[in-house]
Design a protein around this ligand. Structure first.
Ligand code: NDP
Length: 327
């Protein structure tokens, strides 16, 4: 068990964490990134990325994150394969975090970039059939349903992208949405409606996931949100794509959050209410939640961390007694 001290401790390794690290390292803050359970974050479970600036051609999410990590390391970031399990931040800088490994991390500043995770419906059968037909990641598991009947639940960008992705594997994809209008971007909607492999099923919520005799998913029980009528739909695979929840469990009762659990920051900045603690990326942004906006707020966190350290140094100098030569 070791203690690691840094001017800038970053928890989380998505676009926000890596961007903070790149800027922090270039400002000589010798950052440490504690990468967490899913190094690279949500983009590592995505395939095609065509909206991250800088690439004319489509790039792959995992590749993009490898590049960001390599860039952060190249400029002097230390990467730690560890997961933070507890933080002590109430007393102000320096901040203390404990890793799953037992290692202790001390940061003069703390950048929280823990991101968000997929949400579940919380209906019967969902957890029990996880890995046996129910999944929250088509790009991870879609391959297993080659030539089979699959459904996607949700009406946002994720759901539509997952449905489109699944047409690579299946000719029978149903998108189940609780309203009769999608909230996803128009360009994605156009692609969805143009596909003869995808059938939208409007105004339906899932009541339960039901297993067949083999113990794997057999069908879903649905309820019509307008008429209340019940129905079923057969499916070999069901992909839940209803949004994400921020990974803020570590900061419960330690930092203010909104009703959805997102960390609150000073408007237009990544500053939390504790000076020296910054939040960036999906953990504080439920509106935009894009890789590029996460990277932008990561950069802002690093710049503000640098300023905070400068004021800290200045305060120390101010507080130091005047030194005179011995008589
Ligand atoms: P969203 O919050 O945008 O959409 C969630 C969808 O799930 C909504 O259609 C919502 O319905 C539905 N839903 C939520 N809860 C339930 C429930 N309990 N039962 C049934 N349906 C439910 O989440 P996404 O993950 O799609 O997107 C999150 C953010 O990430 C967005 O800002 C999105 O633009 C972005 N994103 C961008 C991508 C890109 O640019 N390529 C790719 C993927 C995501 P309702 O509409 O009725 O509220």
């Amino acid at each position: 068990m070791a203690t690691h001290h840094t001017k800038m401790l970053i928890i989380g390794s998505g676009p926000a964490g890596y961007s903070a690290a790149i800027y922090g390292a270039r400002a000589m803050l010798e950052p440490i990134v504690v990468q967490g359970l899913q190094p690279g974050g949500q983009l590592t479970i995505t395939t095609d990325v065509e909206n991250y600036p800088g690439f004319k051609d489509v790039v792959q999410g995992p590749w993009l994150m490898e590049q960001m990590q390599a860039q952060a390391e190249h400029v002097g970031t230390r990467m730690m394969w560890d997961t933070i399990v507890d933080v002590d931040i109430a007393g102000g800088s320096p901040f203390r975090a404990i890793g799953d490994s037992g290692d202790e991390y001390i940061g003069d500043t703390l950048v929280i970039a823990t991101g968000a995770q997929a949400k579940w419906l919380g209906v019967p059968g969902e957890q029990e059939l996880g890995g046996k037909g129910v999944s929250a990641c088509a790009t991870c598991d879609g391959f297993f349903y080659r030539g089979k009947k699959v459904v996607v639940i949700g009406g946002g960008n994720t759901a539509v992208e997952e449905a489109l992705y699944l047409t690579n594997h299946s000719d029978d994809v149903t998108l189940i949405h609780r309203r009769d209008e999608l909230r996803s971007e128009k360009i994605l909607q156009e692609r969805l409606f143009a596909s003869d492999k995808i059938t939208p099923l409007w105004n339906k919520t899932v009541d339960r996931f039901v297993a067949g005799e083999n113990g794997a998913l057999d069908h879903l029980e649905l309820v019509d949100t307008v008429t209340g009528e019940k129905s079923t739909i057969a499916a070999d695979g069901a992909f839940v794509a209803i949004g994400h929840a921020p990974a803020t469990e570590l900061f419960k009762d330690k930092l203010p959050m909104d009703d959805g659990g997102y960390l609150l920051v000073e408007a237009g900045t990544p500053k939390t209410e504790i000076p020296g603690v910054f939040a960036c990326g999906d953990v504080m942004d439920h509106t935009y939640r894009q890789a590029v906006t996460a990277a932008g707020t990561g950069c802002m966190a690093a710049l503000d961390a640098e300023k905070f350290l400068a004021t800290l140094d200045f305060a120390k100098e101010e507080a130091a007694p005047e030194m005179t030569a011995a008589e």
